[in-house]
Ligand binder design. Structure first.
Ligand code: NAD
Length: 296
């Protein structure tokens, strides 16, 4: 049994923390939202009153927070994790944040005598609940080996992406590719509609031809071919436009900071921003086909 502090018990973190409890660990949890604390206690965790209380006297701290500014504040603030945890504590940040903040906070953790990894996830709320998340880890070999058994209680595929910040790098590269490929898939269906080509026919042909991709064969953006895809449920998320846009903006920040040319990533961010501005922030990201049809 490991003693764990968990900070950020929201849509993702609530399930992840509950899975750590289920695996037999003693978990102290903290969130700003009282209802989330109550839900965590009902799942067998111990709710505490502050981040510093969650981080004190534990072997491992896991954070699952909205964005970079929250991570920086919760780790490096006056009453934060680095001021409260004992030396040698393993710190795991699973939030999706910018690469620069991830590296910066990890360096502060190192200076404070602690070991930190960035370990963002993919798999959504369903994956968090089922304990089947994919973790993309940035940090030293030793930190990865130390974290792996804990991550395995919350996920199925655990990848070591390289040094500090590389977990976030893997996450933004993957999601930029996903945003671009979803728009490409939607464009193909929108063109097929104009040309009188049936959705199912295009699906059957492209899924076995060179246009095959995850956005088509696992998450098809039109109703019919894949009954479980959000297109069949009025584009309820799933993975929302707000979340896709957040990740595309992180990819653009990273591209600018590293002087990488990502013209299609930039275009994808612009199109998702337009779709969000037309009131579709909480639509599933595959709903962007509406924008391409001129329906948004
Ligand atoms: P969420 O908003 O539901 O949860 C974040 C929680 O952090 C909230 O409950 C909030 O109250 C808490 N919080 C914020 N500041 C705090 C502080 N100072 N102290 C304690 N708690 C604080 O968000 P989520 O959907 O759980 O996502 C969390 C992270 O995971 C985000 O970075 C998101 O991009 C990423 N992510 C989400 C999904 C998804 O499908 N929801 C999938 C992959 C990655």
């Amino acid at each position: 049994m490991t003693t764990i502090g968990f900070i950020g018990l929201g849509n993702m973190g609530g399930h992840m923390a509950a899975n750590l409890v289920k695996a037999g660990h003693a978990v102290k949890g903290f969130d700003l939202v009282a209802d989330y604390l109550a839900r965590f206690e009902a799942a067998g965790g111990t709710a505490v009153k502050s981040s510093s209380e969650a981080a004190s006297d534990v072997d491992v701290v896991v954070t699952m927070l909205p964005a970079g500014q929250h991570v920086r504040a919760v780790y490096t603030g006056d009453d934060g994790i680095l001021a409260s945890a004992k030396k040698g504590t393993l710190l795991i940040d699973s939030s999706t944040i910018d690469v620069a903040t991830a590296r910066d906070v990890a360096a502060s953790a190192d200076a404070a005598g602690m070991v930190m990894i960035d370990a963002p996830v993919s798999g959504g709320v369903g994956g968090a609940e089922a304990g089947t998340l994919t973790f993309m880890v940035g940090g030293s070999d030793a930190a990865f080996e130390q974290a792996k058994p804990v991550l395995e209680n919350m996920g199925k595929n655990i990848f070591h992406a390289g040094g500090s910040g590389n977990g976030q790098a893997a996450k933004v590269c993957n999601n930029m590719l996903l945003g671009i490929s979803m728009i490409g898939t939607c464009e193909a269906f929108a063109l097929a509609e104009k040309l009188g080509l049936d959705h199912q026919k295009l699906f059957d042909i492209s899924s076995t031809a060179s246009g095959q991709c995850w956005s088509l064969t696992t998450y098809c953006p039109v109703p019919g071919p894949l009954p479980a895809s959000p297109a069949n449920n009025d584009y309820k998320p799933g993975f929302s436009v707000d979340m896709m846009l957040k990740d595309l903006k992180l990819a653009q920040d990273a591209a600018q900071a590293s002087n990488a040319a990502t013209p299609l990533g930039a275009q994808a961010a612009a199109l998702y921003a337009l779709f969000e501005a037309s009131g579709h922030g909480d639509t599933d990201f595959s709903g962007i086909i509406k924008l391409l049809r001129g329906e948004a």
